[in-house]
Write a protein that binds this ligand. Structure first.
Ligand SMILES: NC(=O)C1=CN([C@@H]2O[C@H](COP(=O)(O)OP(=O)(O)OC[C@H]3O[C@@H](n4cnc5c(N)ncnc54)[C@H](O)[C@@H]3O)[C@@H](O)[C@H]2O)C=CC1
Ligand SMILES: O=C(O)CCC(=O)C(=O)O
Length: 499
């Protein structure tokens, strides 16, 4: 791992002029499309540091810009040790807790940290984010990012990363297991045996071969499930707001209503959005076939649960499996009662209902992969400002600064996407040798990254102060994350706008 000391040494040496002729902009050719799917970076883990591999296979020792131990990270909800190890190996101060935190406690803890890692339960609301004065980045160690106010985060210059598909297969496999379990009433039979009762029945128990599976939301999970279900001899139909290529012999239905009326099993795989709130309510449950089954492993807000309870009591719905709920306990050992959701006891009393504690993505494989993917994204962002894969920022990337180019500085300037800002920034940077620069915007937020050569400590301080002074023009800059390393030798300047 290169250290602040490496940087100090590097910057203290006045290199010969020839060394100042740096290699310039050579884009890595990675996707910078805000909508592009991020398929993983060309990184290798060597010892304790992440090293970018060049196309020729050689690697450059990366210039690590600051005293890493000053970066405080809070990980909640039992983030996998793969992720914790990567962050610790960078020298960051990592605190890892097993559960999520209530809002007031979260606010106390978040004030102090530069990075927070969460899963699906921790709510990073606008109120929490406004108190997070030092926070620069959020890592969601899961797929969903609905628990974070990503817009407010972007407005505050806080990047948000997730793992878009590392647990998709685990969810799809769980759903297959649930389809068979519901069709055979496995949960009830097993509970009876646990209580000592032998109850050998075939009435209302079915094979899944030849039955129709209706998938709402044909994204990463829905399409993976489609392939698995066909392998079991099921027919697959799906409903999605986007026109999508159907895999195998699956067929897209034009409306939710048309899909619900045809399916024997209906399963939800949509994100939590205003449009998906209660998208299966009394009316929609009424469209479903008599004696059909309903599964939800997406978000608890998607199904109107009191309506489902009534539909199951009436026999309209023959069985259900729920993995997610409008309110979920903060940690293991907490109770799932009416205090949390007013209908919890009614739900628990139903026959042929499988209730699981949000474990769709909870496999060793998924959690390990997520730990690595999100932690590496956090390291890239903290160390180099790279936003590839961010869900709320433009995706910006320049090749790493290396030890071959020690007297460089990387400037990162996050600002409101309004006319005139770049003119101000470039007037400052224009006095220097800008080796490479990239800017992009996403909605209201714009992101500039520039590598400047031939700098020394005085020049760096001057650039930083001048950038800070732009705040007077309506976009106040804050947070010189790396401007003061232990030796007052910054190698990266980071400023960001506060709305
Ligand atoms: N239970 C668990 O542990 C897990 C739950 N999830 C949840 O599952 C959700 C889906 O995950 P992915 O398949 O990876 O997401 P995805 O983004 O790949 O796919 C979602 C699909 O839903 C579609 N969609 C959006 N709004 C819709 C609407 N109103 N009607 C119909 N279709 C709509 C989209 O067009 C997209 O094709 C996640 O957002 C997350 O909330 C994800 C992983 C684990
Ligand atoms: O495993 C978790 O904590 C959350 C899984 C999930 O719901 C997601 O990935 O969106």
């Amino acid at each position: 791992m290169s250290s602040a000391l490496d940087v100090t040494e590097a910057l203290d040496i006045e290199p010969p002029t020839t060394e100042l002729a740096r290699r310039v902009s050579s884009s890595l050719g990675l996707s910078t499309s805000p909508t592009g799917t991020f398929h993983g970076p060309p990184w290798t883990k060597t010892g304790t540091s992440l090293t970018r591999t060049t196309t020729g296979g050689a690697s450059h020792k990366q210039l690590k810009p600051f005293a890493a131990e000053e970066i405080k990270i809070l990980l909640l909800e039992n983030v996998n040790t793969t992720g914790q190890d990567i962050l610790r190996s960078q020298g960051y101060q990592v605190t890892a807790l097993k559960s999520s935190l209530p809002e007031d406690e979260l606010i106390e803890k978040i004030r102090d940290v530069s990075v927070i890692g969460i899963r699906s339960k921790t709510k990073l609301t606008a109120r929490v984010l406004r108190e997070a004065k030092n926070l620069i980045v959020v890592g969601c160690f899961c797929i969903g990012t609905n628990q974070v106010d990503t817009k407010v985060a972007a407005e505050r210059g806080i990047a948000v990363f997730n793992s878009p598909f590392s647990n998709s297969r685990s969810v799809a496999e769980l759903i297959i297991g649930e389809i068979i379990s519901l069709a055979r009433q496995l949960g009830d039979r097993s509970n009876e045996m646990h209580k000592g009762t032998w109850n050998k029945v075939s009435n209302g128990c079915w094979e899944i071969r030849g039955k129709t599976l209706g998938i709402i939301g044909y994204g990463h999970i829905g399409s993976q499930l489609s392939v698995l279900a066909e392998a079991f001899g099921m027919s697959v139909i799906f409903y999605d707001v986007v026109n999508l290529m159907a895999l195998g012999t699956a067929k897209q239905k034009p409306t939710l209503e048309a899909m619900l009326g045809t399916a024997d099993f209906v399963t939800c795989h949509v994100p939590e959005l205003p449009e998906t709130k209660n998208m299966l309510g009394r009316k929609e449950l009424g469209y479903m076939k008599d004696g059909s089954y309903l599964i939800n492993a997406s978000r608890g807000s998607v199904i109107d649960i009191p309506a489902l309870i009534d539909a199951m009591r009436s026999g309209k719905i023959a069985g259900a499996a729920l993995d997610v709920y409008p309110a979920e306990p903060a940690g293991n050992g907490d109770y799932f009662t009416n205090e949390l959701n007013p209908w919890a006891e009614d739900l628990r009393s139903l026959k042929n209902i499988i209730l699981t504690p949000h474990i769709g993505g909870s496999t060793e494989e998924a959690q390990s992969a997520i730990g690595i993917e999100v932690s590496e994204a956090l390291v890239r962002y903290v160390n180099e400002g790279i936003t590839l894969g961010a869900v709320n920022m433009p995706e910006v990337n320049l090749r790493s600064l290396t030890m071959d180019e020690p007297n460089h500085v990387r400037v990162i300037y996050i600002h409101r996407n309004i006319p005139g800002v770049l003119r101000g920034v470039n007037a400052i940077l224009g006095d220097h040798n800008v080796d490479k620069q990239m800017t992009d915007s996403r909605g209201d937020v714009a992101y500039l990254m520039a590598d400047i050569s031939d700098v020394n400590v005085t020049v760096i301080k001057d650039i930083y102060q001048r950038l800070e002074s732009l705040g007077g023009k309506g976009f106040s800059t804050t947070l010189a994350l790396d401007a003061q390393s232990a030796n007052e030798v910054p190698a990266r300047i980071m400023t960001r706008v506060l709305y």
